[in-house]
Design a binder for this molecule. Structure first.
Ligand code: ADP
Ligand code: MG
Length: 423
Protein backbone atom coordinates (compact mmCIF):
# COMPACT_ATOMS: atom_id res chain seq x y z
CA UNK A 1 0.00 0.00 0.00
CA UNK A 2 1.55 3.24 -1.19
CA UNK A 3 0.61 6.92 -0.89
CA UNK A 4 1.94 9.20 -3.64
CA UNK A 5 1.75 12.99 -3.32
CA UNK A 6 2.19 15.42 -6.22
CA UNK A 7 2.76 19.14 -5.66
CA UNK A 8 1.58 22.20 -7.56
CA UNK A 9 4.31 22.36 -10.17
CA UNK A 10 3.77 18.68 -10.96
CA UNK A 11 0.01 19.24 -11.41
CA UNK A 12 0.25 22.49 -13.43
CA UNK A 13 -1.78 21.76 -16.56
CA UNK A 14 -3.23 18.71 -18.27
CA UNK A 15 0.09 17.85 -19.93
CA UNK A 16 1.84 17.50 -16.57
CA UNK A 17 -1.15 15.72 -15.06
CA UNK A 18 -0.77 13.16 -17.83
CA UNK A 19 2.85 12.64 -16.80
CA UNK A 20 1.74 12.22 -13.19
CA UNK A 21 -0.93 9.74 -14.27
CA UNK A 22 1.75 7.69 -16.00
CA UNK A 23 3.85 7.54 -12.84
CA UNK A 24 0.78 6.50 -10.83
CA UNK A 25 -0.25 3.92 -13.41
CA UNK A 26 3.17 2.27 -13.21
CA UNK A 27 3.08 2.21 -9.41
CA UNK A 28 -0.35 0.57 -9.49
CA UNK A 29 0.50 -1.91 -12.28
CA UNK A 30 0.71 -5.66 -11.84
CA UNK A 31 4.17 -6.58 -10.60
CA UNK A 32 6.25 -9.53 -11.88
CA UNK A 33 5.34 -11.52 -8.76
CA UNK A 34 1.64 -11.17 -9.61
CA UNK A 35 0.81 -8.72 -6.85
CA UNK A 36 -0.30 -5.10 -7.04
CA UNK A 37 0.25 -2.09 -4.80
CA UNK A 38 -2.88 -0.41 -3.53
CA UNK A 39 -2.35 3.24 -4.42
CA UNK A 40 -3.78 6.44 -2.92
CA UNK A 41 -2.70 9.69 -4.55
CA UNK A 42 -2.81 13.09 -2.81
CA UNK A 43 -2.65 16.15 -5.06
CA UNK A 44 -2.10 19.89 -4.73
CA UNK A 45 -3.80 22.61 -6.76
CA UNK A 46 -2.06 23.72 -9.96
CA UNK A 47 0.93 25.98 -9.22
CA UNK A 48 -0.23 29.57 -8.72
CA UNK A 49 -3.89 28.60 -8.42
CA UNK A 50 -4.18 28.93 -4.64
CA UNK A 51 -2.64 32.43 -4.79
CA UNK A 52 -5.15 33.36 -7.48
CA UNK A 53 -8.04 32.13 -5.34
CA UNK A 54 -6.72 33.97 -2.26
CA UNK A 55 -6.68 37.18 -4.32
CA UNK A 56 -10.29 36.67 -5.38
CA UNK A 57 -11.25 36.46 -1.70
CA UNK A 58 -9.37 39.68 -0.95
CA UNK A 59 -11.06 41.43 -3.85
CA UNK A 60 -14.48 40.21 -2.78
CA UNK A 61 -14.13 41.26 0.82
CA UNK A 62 -10.99 42.64 2.45
CA UNK A 63 -12.29 41.39 5.80
CA UNK A 64 -13.09 37.95 4.48
CA UNK A 65 -14.88 35.32 6.52
CA UNK A 66 -12.39 32.44 6.93
CA UNK A 67 -15.09 29.78 6.48
CA UNK A 68 -16.01 31.14 3.03
CA UNK A 69 -12.31 31.72 2.25
CA UNK A 70 -11.80 27.97 2.80
CA UNK A 71 -14.69 27.16 0.44
CA UNK A 72 -12.92 29.17 -2.26
CA UNK A 73 -9.29 28.15 -1.75
CA UNK A 74 -10.08 24.43 -1.31
CA UNK A 75 -11.46 24.36 -4.87
CA UNK A 76 -8.04 24.22 -6.57
CA UNK A 77 -7.45 20.69 -5.31
CA UNK A 78 -10.97 19.61 -6.27
CA UNK A 79 -10.11 20.48 -9.86
CA UNK A 80 -6.77 18.63 -9.94
CA UNK A 81 -8.08 15.53 -8.19
CA UNK A 82 -10.94 15.23 -10.67
CA UNK A 83 -8.59 15.82 -13.61
CA UNK A 84 -6.11 13.21 -12.41
CA UNK A 85 -8.88 10.64 -11.90
CA UNK A 86 -10.14 11.39 -15.44
CA UNK A 87 -6.63 11.09 -16.88
CA UNK A 88 -6.01 7.78 -15.07
CA UNK A 89 -9.31 6.47 -16.46
CA UNK A 90 -8.23 7.53 -19.95
CA UNK A 91 -5.13 5.35 -19.46
CA UNK A 92 -7.34 2.39 -18.61
CA UNK A 93 -6.93 2.54 -14.83
CA UNK A 94 -9.76 2.25 -12.33
CA UNK A 95 -9.68 5.50 -10.37
CA UNK A 96 -11.97 7.78 -8.40
CA UNK A 97 -11.65 11.01 -6.46
CA UNK A 98 -12.43 11.35 -2.73
CA UNK A 99 -12.93 14.93 -1.60
CA UNK A 100 -12.02 15.90 1.95
CA UNK A 101 -15.68 15.95 3.08
CA UNK A 102 -16.39 12.62 1.40
CA UNK A 103 -13.83 10.51 3.27
CA UNK A 104 -14.08 12.57 5.51
CA UNK A 105 -10.82 14.12 6.67
CA UNK A 106 -11.85 15.43 10.11
CA UNK A 107 -10.10 18.63 11.20
CA UNK A 108 -10.41 21.17 13.96
CA UNK A 109 -12.54 24.22 13.14
CA UNK A 110 -9.64 26.71 12.79
CA UNK A 111 -10.37 27.88 9.24
CA UNK A 112 -7.37 28.52 6.96
CA UNK A 113 -5.08 26.86 9.52
CA UNK A 114 -6.88 23.68 10.46
CA UNK A 115 -5.19 20.53 11.74
CA UNK A 116 -6.20 17.02 10.84
CA UNK A 117 -7.66 15.11 13.78
CA UNK A 118 -8.56 11.86 12.11
CA UNK A 119 -9.29 10.37 8.69
CA UNK A 120 -12.12 7.87 8.17
CA UNK A 121 -10.43 5.16 6.17
CA UNK A 122 -13.16 2.52 5.92
CA UNK A 123 -14.66 3.47 2.55
CA UNK A 124 -11.24 4.34 1.22
CA UNK A 125 -9.81 0.95 2.15
CA UNK A 126 -12.77 -0.82 0.54
CA UNK A 127 -12.24 1.15 -2.65
CA UNK A 128 -8.51 0.38 -2.65
CA UNK A 129 -9.36 -3.27 -2.06
CA UNK A 130 -11.48 -3.24 -5.23
CA UNK A 131 -8.36 -2.18 -7.12
CA UNK A 132 -9.40 1.45 -7.53
CA UNK A 133 -6.75 4.15 -7.39
CA UNK A 134 -7.92 6.77 -4.88
CA UNK A 135 -7.25 10.39 -5.78
CA UNK A 136 -7.50 12.68 -2.75
CA UNK A 137 -7.24 16.48 -2.79
CA UNK A 138 -4.65 17.64 -0.29
CA UNK A 139 -4.98 20.74 1.89
CA UNK A 140 -8.70 20.30 2.65
CA UNK A 141 -10.84 18.74 5.35
CA UNK A 142 -14.14 18.91 7.18
CA UNK A 143 -14.75 20.59 10.54
CA UNK A 144 -16.95 19.24 13.31
CA UNK A 145 -19.65 21.74 12.36
CA UNK A 146 -19.77 20.34 8.82
CA UNK A 147 -17.86 23.00 6.93
CA UNK A 148 -14.88 22.80 4.57
CA UNK A 149 -11.53 23.66 6.16
CA UNK A 150 -8.00 24.09 4.79
CA UNK A 151 -4.69 23.32 6.42
CA UNK A 152 -2.47 26.30 5.61
CA UNK A 153 0.11 26.61 2.85
CA UNK A 154 2.11 23.50 2.07
CA UNK A 155 -0.66 21.51 3.78
CA UNK A 156 -0.94 18.83 1.10
CA UNK A 157 2.29 17.27 2.38
CA UNK A 158 0.56 16.80 5.72
CA UNK A 159 -2.59 15.46 4.05
CA UNK A 160 -0.45 12.83 2.33
CA UNK A 161 1.30 11.73 5.51
CA UNK A 162 -2.04 11.66 7.37
CA UNK A 163 -3.59 9.47 4.66
CA UNK A 164 -0.53 7.18 4.80
CA UNK A 165 -0.90 6.87 8.57
CA UNK A 166 -4.67 6.26 8.31
CA UNK A 167 -4.38 3.41 5.82
CA UNK A 168 -1.15 1.98 7.23
CA UNK A 169 0.76 2.62 4.01
CA UNK A 170 4.20 1.10 3.57
CA UNK A 171 5.49 4.41 2.23
CA UNK A 172 4.50 7.99 1.53
CA UNK A 173 6.28 9.19 -1.63
CA UNK A 174 6.39 12.97 -2.02
CA UNK A 175 6.89 13.75 -5.72
CA UNK A 176 8.00 17.31 -6.42
CA UNK A 177 9.97 19.47 -8.87
CA UNK A 178 13.36 18.50 -7.40
CA UNK A 179 14.56 14.91 -7.10
CA UNK A 180 15.14 14.89 -3.38
CA UNK A 181 16.25 16.84 -0.34
CA UNK A 182 19.49 18.70 -1.04
CA UNK A 183 22.20 20.10 1.20
CA UNK A 184 20.55 23.46 0.51
CA UNK A 185 17.94 24.85 -1.89
CA UNK A 186 19.29 23.73 -5.30
CA UNK A 187 17.70 26.82 -6.86
CA UNK A 188 20.11 29.00 -4.90
CA UNK A 189 23.27 26.95 -4.82
CA UNK A 190 24.03 25.09 -8.03
CA UNK A 191 26.59 22.99 -6.17
CA UNK A 192 24.01 21.70 -3.67
CA UNK A 193 24.13 17.91 -3.40
CA UNK A 194 21.28 15.48 -3.10
CA UNK A 195 21.14 13.66 0.23
CA UNK A 196 20.51 9.94 0.05
CA UNK A 197 18.91 10.07 3.48
CA UNK A 198 18.13 12.60 6.17
CA UNK A 199 16.82 11.91 9.67
CA UNK A 200 13.28 12.92 10.72
CA UNK A 201 14.78 15.23 13.33
CA UNK A 202 17.02 16.99 10.79
CA UNK A 203 14.21 17.27 8.24
CA UNK A 204 11.92 18.71 10.91
CA UNK A 205 14.51 21.39 11.76
CA UNK A 206 15.32 22.10 8.11
CA UNK A 207 11.64 22.49 7.24
CA UNK A 208 10.94 24.70 10.23
CA UNK A 209 13.78 27.08 9.31
CA UNK A 210 12.77 27.48 5.68
CA UNK A 211 13.47 24.38 3.56
CA UNK A 212 10.01 24.33 2.03
CA UNK A 213 10.50 21.03 0.21
CA UNK A 214 8.35 19.49 2.98
CA UNK A 215 5.86 21.23 5.25
CA UNK A 216 7.13 21.15 8.85
CA UNK A 217 3.94 19.66 10.20
CA UNK A 218 4.08 16.77 7.73
CA UNK A 219 7.51 15.78 9.02
CA UNK A 220 6.36 15.98 12.63
CA UNK A 221 3.36 13.79 11.84
CA UNK A 222 5.49 11.26 9.95
CA UNK A 223 7.87 11.08 12.91
CA UNK A 224 5.02 10.57 15.38
CA UNK A 225 3.16 8.01 13.27
CA UNK A 226 6.25 6.22 11.98
CA UNK A 227 5.37 6.88 8.33
CA UNK A 228 8.21 6.19 5.88
CA UNK A 229 8.61 9.27 3.71
CA UNK A 230 10.58 9.57 0.52
CA UNK A 231 11.08 12.73 -1.59
CA UNK A 232 11.52 12.25 -5.33
CA UNK A 233 10.99 13.92 -8.69
CA UNK A 234 7.82 13.82 -10.75
CA UNK A 235 9.76 15.09 -13.76
CA UNK A 236 10.86 11.77 -15.18
CA UNK A 237 10.71 10.41 -18.67
CA UNK A 238 7.34 8.87 -19.55
CA UNK A 239 9.12 5.63 -20.43
CA UNK A 240 10.86 5.40 -17.07
CA UNK A 241 9.92 2.59 -14.72
CA UNK A 242 9.26 3.34 -11.03
CA UNK A 243 12.79 2.09 -10.35
CA UNK A 244 14.24 4.74 -12.66
CA UNK A 245 12.63 7.48 -10.61
CA UNK A 246 14.61 6.35 -7.58
CA UNK A 247 16.64 7.15 -5.66
CA UNK A 248 15.19 10.24 -4.08
CA UNK A 249 15.80 11.08 -0.46
CA UNK A 250 14.63 8.77 2.27
CA UNK A 251 13.66 10.24 5.64
CA UNK A 252 15.06 7.81 8.21
CA UNK A 253 15.40 7.29 11.95
CA UNK A 254 18.71 8.04 13.62
CA UNK A 255 19.39 4.29 14.00
CA UNK A 256 18.84 3.74 10.28
CA UNK A 257 21.15 6.67 9.58
CA UNK A 258 23.86 5.15 11.76
CA UNK A 259 23.55 1.90 9.80
CA UNK A 260 23.90 3.77 6.50
CA UNK A 261 27.02 5.48 7.82
CA UNK A 262 28.48 2.17 9.01
CA UNK A 263 27.83 0.60 5.62
CA UNK A 264 29.63 3.54 4.01
CA UNK A 265 26.50 4.64 2.13
CA UNK A 266 26.36 7.98 3.92
CA UNK A 267 29.14 10.23 5.16
CA UNK A 268 28.81 11.58 8.65
CA UNK A 269 28.92 15.38 8.36
CA UNK A 270 28.73 17.88 11.17
CA UNK A 271 26.30 19.91 9.11
CA UNK A 272 23.72 18.11 6.96
CA UNK A 273 21.97 21.05 5.38
CA UNK A 274 21.54 24.81 5.22
CA UNK A 275 18.25 26.67 4.95
CA UNK A 276 17.19 30.28 4.65
CA UNK A 277 14.01 32.11 5.53
CA UNK A 278 13.14 35.61 4.30
CA UNK A 279 9.70 35.64 5.86
CA UNK A 280 10.58 37.07 9.24
CA UNK A 281 10.77 40.69 10.36
CA UNK A 282 12.81 42.25 13.13
CA UNK A 283 11.44 44.49 15.87
CA UNK A 284 13.65 46.52 18.22
CA UNK A 285 12.18 48.15 21.31
CA UNK A 286 14.62 50.70 22.65
CA UNK A 287 15.18 51.76 26.24
CA UNK A 288 12.96 49.19 27.91
CA UNK A 289 13.22 49.50 31.72
CA UNK A 290 15.52 46.76 33.00
CA UNK A 291 13.34 45.28 35.74
CA UNK A 292 11.63 41.94 36.43
CA UNK A 293 8.53 41.49 34.31
CA UNK A 294 9.51 43.93 31.58
CA UNK A 295 10.12 41.18 29.01
CA UNK A 296 6.96 39.34 30.04
CA UNK A 297 5.00 42.54 29.37
CA UNK A 298 6.35 42.54 25.80
CA UNK A 299 5.79 38.93 24.89
CA UNK A 300 2.53 38.15 26.69
CA UNK A 301 0.29 40.25 24.41
CA UNK A 302 2.04 38.82 21.35
CA UNK A 303 1.54 35.26 22.57
CA UNK A 304 -2.15 35.95 23.29
CA UNK A 305 -2.53 37.14 19.69
CA UNK A 306 -0.88 33.88 18.45
CA UNK A 307 2.11 35.78 17.08
CA UNK A 308 5.13 33.49 17.14
CA UNK A 309 8.26 35.19 18.34
CA UNK A 310 11.41 33.48 17.09
CA UNK A 311 14.80 35.01 17.87
CA UNK A 312 15.19 37.22 20.95
CA UNK A 313 18.17 39.28 22.10
CA UNK A 314 18.47 41.79 24.89
CA UNK A 315 21.27 44.38 24.78
CA UNK A 316 22.48 46.59 27.53
CA UNK A 317 21.07 50.01 26.76
CA UNK A 318 22.88 53.31 26.57
CA UNK A 319 21.79 54.13 30.07
CA UNK A 320 21.93 52.00 33.15
CA UNK A 321 18.62 50.43 34.04
CA UNK A 322 17.48 50.24 30.40
CA UNK A 323 17.86 47.60 27.69
CA UNK A 324 17.10 47.30 23.99
CA UNK A 325 15.01 44.22 23.21
CA UNK A 326 15.28 42.79 19.68
CA UNK A 327 13.16 39.92 18.36
CA UNK A 328 11.68 38.52 15.16
CA UNK A 329 8.09 37.74 14.16
CA UNK A 330 6.60 36.42 10.90
CA UNK A 331 6.47 39.27 8.35
CA UNK A 332 2.76 38.67 7.92
CA UNK A 333 2.24 39.49 11.61
CA UNK A 334 4.50 42.56 11.75
CA UNK A 335 1.78 45.22 11.48
CA UNK A 336 -0.36 43.47 14.08
CA UNK A 337 2.61 43.06 16.44
CA UNK A 338 3.51 46.73 16.07
CA UNK A 339 -0.04 47.83 16.85
CA UNK A 340 -0.22 45.56 19.91
CA UNK A 341 3.08 46.89 21.25
CA UNK A 342 2.02 50.51 20.71
CA UNK A 343 -1.12 49.64 22.66
CA UNK A 344 1.04 48.38 25.54
CA UNK A 345 3.47 51.29 25.44
CA UNK A 346 2.44 52.53 28.89
CA UNK A 347 2.71 49.07 30.37
CA UNK A 348 6.06 48.13 28.78
CA UNK A 349 7.64 51.55 28.91
CA UNK A 350 9.86 51.54 25.81
CA UNK A 351 11.07 54.59 23.92
CA UNK A 352 10.94 53.66 20.22
CA UNK A 353 9.82 50.75 18.02
CA UNK A 354 12.20 50.13 15.12
CA UNK A 355 11.19 47.53 12.53
CA UNK A 356 13.07 45.91 9.64
CA UNK A 357 11.64 43.45 7.11
CA UNK A 358 14.78 43.28 5.04
CA UNK A 359 16.33 40.51 7.08
CA UNK A 360 16.93 36.82 6.52
CA UNK A 361 17.51 33.92 8.84
CA UNK A 362 20.21 31.48 7.79
CA UNK A 363 20.33 28.13 9.59
CA UNK A 364 22.72 25.21 9.57
CA UNK A 365 21.31 21.86 10.70
CA UNK A 366 22.86 18.49 11.46
CA UNK A 367 22.64 15.67 14.02
CA UNK A 368 26.43 15.61 13.82
CA UNK A 369 26.43 18.78 15.96
CA UNK A 370 25.36 16.76 19.00
CA UNK A 371 28.82 15.24 19.22
CA UNK A 372 30.89 17.97 17.63
CA UNK A 373 31.63 21.40 19.06
CA UNK A 374 32.69 24.32 16.90
CA UNK A 375 29.94 24.34 14.29
CA UNK A 376 28.63 27.69 15.47
CA UNK A 377 32.04 29.34 15.72
CA UNK A 378 32.90 28.10 12.21
CA UNK A 379 29.71 29.73 10.99
CA UNK A 380 30.50 33.08 12.61
CA UNK A 381 34.08 33.00 11.28
CA UNK A 382 33.06 32.11 7.71
CA UNK A 383 30.45 34.89 7.60
CA UNK A 384 32.81 37.43 9.18
CA UNK A 385 35.48 36.70 6.57
CA UNK A 386 32.99 37.73 3.87
CA UNK A 387 31.98 40.85 5.76
CA UNK A 388 28.51 39.54 6.60
CA UNK A 389 27.23 41.05 9.83
CA UNK A 390 25.26 38.90 12.28
CA UNK A 391 22.32 40.65 13.99
CA UNK A 392 21.06 37.83 16.20
CA UNK A 393 21.80 34.19 16.96
CA UNK A 394 19.78 31.22 18.19
CA UNK A 395 20.79 27.59 18.62
CA UNK A 396 19.25 24.23 19.38
CA UNK A 397 20.90 20.86 19.85
CA UNK A 398 21.13 20.30 16.10
CA UNK A 399 20.80 23.81 14.65
CA UNK A 400 22.46 27.22 14.61
CA UNK A 401 20.57 30.19 13.13
CA UNK A 402 21.77 33.71 12.46
CA UNK A 403 19.93 36.81 11.37
CA UNK A 404 21.52 38.84 8.57
CA UNK A 405 20.70 41.51 5.99
CA UNK A 406 18.31 40.07 3.38
CA UNK A 407 20.54 41.23 0.50
CA UNK A 408 23.28 38.89 1.72
CA UNK A 409 21.13 35.74 1.80
CA UNK A 410 22.47 34.01 -1.31
CA UNK A 411 26.06 34.93 -0.53
CA UNK A 412 25.78 33.65 3.04
CA UNK A 413 24.25 30.34 1.99
CA UNK A 414 26.98 29.80 -0.62
CA UNK A 415 29.78 30.75 1.77
CA UNK A 416 28.49 28.36 4.44
CA UNK A 417 27.91 25.58 1.93
CA UNK A 418 31.60 25.77 1.05
CA UNK A 419 32.78 26.32 4.64
CA UNK A 420 31.13 23.10 5.87
CA UNK A 421 32.50 21.08 2.98
CA UNK A 422 29.12 20.49 1.36
CA UNK A 423 30.08 21.65 -2.19
P1 ADP B 1 5.55 21.20 -4.31
O1 ADP B 1 4.74 22.15 -5.11
O2 ADP B 1 5.84 19.93 -5.04
O3 ADP B 1 5.01 20.97 -2.93
P2 ADP B 1 7.50 23.04 -3.20
O4 ADP B 1 7.75 24.24 -4.05
O5 ADP B 1 6.62 23.18 -2.02
O6 ADP B 1 6.99 21.87 -4.16
O7 ADP B 1 8.89 22.43 -2.69
C1 ADP B 1 9.91 22.13 -3.61
C2 ADP B 1 10.93 23.24 -3.62
O8 ADP B 1 11.60 23.30 -2.37
C3 ADP B 1 12.05 23.08 -4.61
O9 ADP B 1 11.69 23.56 -5.88
C4 ADP B 1 13.20 23.86 -3.98
O10 ADP B 1 13.38 25.13 -4.60
C5 ADP B 1 12.77 24.07 -2.55
N1 ADP B 1 13.77 23.69 -1.57
C6 ADP B 1 14.18 24.46 -0.52
N2 ADP B 1 15.13 23.85 0.17
C7 ADP B 1 15.36 22.65 -0.42
C8 ADP B 1 16.26 21.57 -0.15
N3 ADP B 1 17.11 21.58 0.90
N4 ADP B 1 16.23 20.49 -0.97
C9 ADP B 1 15.37 20.46 -2.01
N5 ADP B 1 14.51 21.46 -2.32
C10 ADP B 1 14.49 22.55 -1.54
MG1 MG C 1 5.14 22.02 -1.08
Amino acid sequence: RIVMKFGGTSMAGTERIRRVANIVRKQAALKPDGTRDEVAVVVSAMAGETDRLVNFCREANALYDPAEYDVVVASGEQVTSGLLALTLQSLGCKARSWLGWQLPVHTIEAHAKARIEDIDSEALLESLGRGEIAVIPGFQGLSGDGRITTLGRGGSDTSAVAVAAAIGADRCDIYTDVDGVYTTDPRIVAKARKLKAVTYEEMLELASVGAKVLQTRSVGLAMKEGVRVQVLSSFVDDNATPADALPGTMIVSEEEMNELVEKGEMERQHVTGIAHDKNEAKIILTRVPDRPGAVANIFEPLAKASINVDMIIQNVGRDKGETDVTFTVPQADLARAQALLEDQRGNIGFNRIITDSKIAKISVVGVGMKSHAGVASNMFRALAERGINIQAITTSEIKVSVLIDEDETELAVRVLHTAYGLD
